[in-house]
Structures are given as structure tokens and as C-alpha cells.
Ligand binder design. Structure first.
Ligand SMILES: Nc1ncnc2c1ncn2[C@@H]1O[C@H](COP(=O)(O)OP(=O)(O)O)[C@@H](O)[C@H]1O
Ligand SMILES: [Mg+2]
Length: 240
């Protein structure tokens, strides 16, 4: 059984159908990517999995159980964490205060402290600056903090929405290396990226979303080699 299964999802904002037939599965222990152009419906899909939006139709199953009618805090408590597009940090709060917000459903202080240490060993710069306010950080540091905050719920499934957005190639590589490390430690990852080249290189499996529908799927390597993907998402040069 897949760890996460999204079946024929339809999601609308009023009269606008943003997602109109998205289906994919995420196997435990894998990095699975959703790639696609701006406006394809990737963020809407993640927000629906998190319980922030309700589907018009379709199903979302976590370990075989439907979660699409559960409140967001219950979905978080079942092990699904979401690092949102744009990071959504609290600029006037410190690193540590932001991280603790990610653990708001937990009461085990000793476990929370252990997980803060884990985030600081994953991202040493956050440990060094734990008392500093998040608003002063670079884009890369803010992304580390957004991922760290999501990890504070000890997720089984970590969903990352455009973690490379606005980052330099070196910082993008650093973030994606960390994603791989988290997968290797046993966290299942659902990654959303417009940076298809970076995402596919790292993914065990990937899906293309176009105009609210899943249109192609395959291993990261298969999609990197697919002329349709090269033409639409990888730009010139890669195909030749
Ligand atoms: N809050 C909203 N209200 C109305 N339409 C929205 C809203 N958010 C997104 N949309 C529309 O839904 C579609 C999918 O958006 P989104 O899920 O953000 O795509 P992606 O993350 O793939 O760029 C787009 O056409 C977008 O304009
Ligand atoms: Mg988006």
C-alpha cells in the first residue's frame, strides 16, 4: 500500500477549478516530486493534502485511511508536515520560536528539545543563530528554517513547496542535499518544484501536473530523458 494516495482530486476556489483530476502515489521512504508550470495546481494540491482546503471531489488516503475530511491539526498529528510556498516564517520571532511553532501539537518537552538539536545539527547556521530574529536571514537560511520548522512535528511525510525558489544554485544544491539526507534517514518526501531539473535529479518518482491534471509520471531519470518534459520544463540545451 502506498503511504499517500491522491485519487482524482478536484479543488476549486469558488468558480475556479484549480485542480481537476490529480492522481498520484507516494511510497514510503521515497522522494516524489510534482513538477509543472506556474499555476498548474501544485500548491493547491499540497494545501488540500494538509487540510487547509477541501476537495470538491476525489480522495486522499494516508496509509490507506481517508484524511480529506480531517481538520489540518489532525492531519499534522498523523505525521504530515508542510513547508509552505514562500516559507511563511514569523519575521519578528527568533529561530527557536519559529521552530517551536512547528511542534505546537506536541507536549513532550524532552522530545522537542531533542528535535531542536537534530535541526541544529542538520543546519548548523540555525543553531548558531537560534536567538536571532528570522526576518534578518538570507533566503537560504529562511528556507532551512522553514524545513526545520516542518521537521519539528517529527513528520512521516514531509511536503516541501518550492524550497529552491529565489535561491542561488549553490544554496539550492545544499537544500536538496538535505532533502536527500532526510529521505535516507527514513522521512518520506513530497517535493513540489518549478525547478524541474533539480527536482527530477533527486526524485525516486515524479509526476507532471499541467492545467490541474497529472499528465505524465515516471522515475526521475525517465522524466529527465522524456522529450516532452525536456521541451516543456527543462528549457533549451538539455534536449540536445
Ligand atoms: N486563493 C486563490 N484564489 C483563486 N484562485 C487561486 C488561488 N490560489 C491559486 N489560484 C489559482 O489556482 C490555480 C493553481 O494555482 P497553484 O495551486 O498556486 O499553482 P502552482 O502552485 O502550480 O503554481 C492558478 O490558476 C491560480 O491562479
Ligand atoms: Mg505553487
Amino acid at each position: 500500500m502506498a503511504f499517500l494516495e491522491v485519487r482524482d482530486l478536484t479543488v476549486a476556489y469558488g468558480a475556479i477549478q484549480a485542480v481537476r483530476g490529480v492522481s498520484f502515489t507516494v511510497e514510503q521512504g521515497q522522494i516524489v516530486s510534482l513538477i509543472g508550470s506556474n499555476g498548474a495546481g501544485k500548491t493547491t494540491t499540497l494545501r488540500t493534502i494538509s487540510g487547509l482546503l477541501r476537495p470538491v471531489a476525489g480522495e486522499i488516503l494516508l496509509a490507506g485511511e481517508p484524511i480529506h475530511r480531517l481538520p489540518a491539526h489532525e492531519i499534522l498529528a498523523r505525521g504530515v508536515a508542510h513547508s509552505p510556498e514562500g516559507r511563511r516564517l514569523f519575521a519578528r520571532m527568533t529561530v527557536e520560536e519559529n521552530l517551536r511553532l512547528g511542534a505546537y501539537t506536541r507536549k513532550d518537552e524532552a522530545g522537542i528539545v531533542a528535535d531542536l538539536d537534530r535541526v541544529y545539527s542538520l543546519f548548523p547556521v540555525l543553531g548558531e543563530r537560534r536567538r536571532n530574529k528570522a526576518g534578518l536571514f538570507s533566503g537560504g537560511e529562511q528556507q532551512m528554517l522553514a524545513i526545520g520548522r516542518a521537521l519539528m512535528s517529527r513528520p512521516k511525510l514531509l511536503m516541501l513547496d518550492e524550497p529552491s525558489m529565489g535561491l542561488s544554485p549553490i544554496m539550492t544544491q545544499k537544500i536538496l542535499d538535505t532533502v536527500r539526507e532526510l529521505r535516507d534517514e527514513g522521512t518520506t518526501v513530497l517535493l513540489v518544484e518549478q525547478n524541474a531539473l533539480a527536482a527530477l535529479g533527486l526524485s525516486d518518482h515524479a509526476y507532471v501536473i499541467d492545467l490541474g491534471r497529472t499528465t505524465l509520471s515516471g522515475s526521475g531519470r525517465e522524466l529527465l530523458a522524456d522529450p516532452r518534459v525536456q521541451e516543456a520544463y527543462l528549457g533549451e540545451g538539455v534536449a540536445s
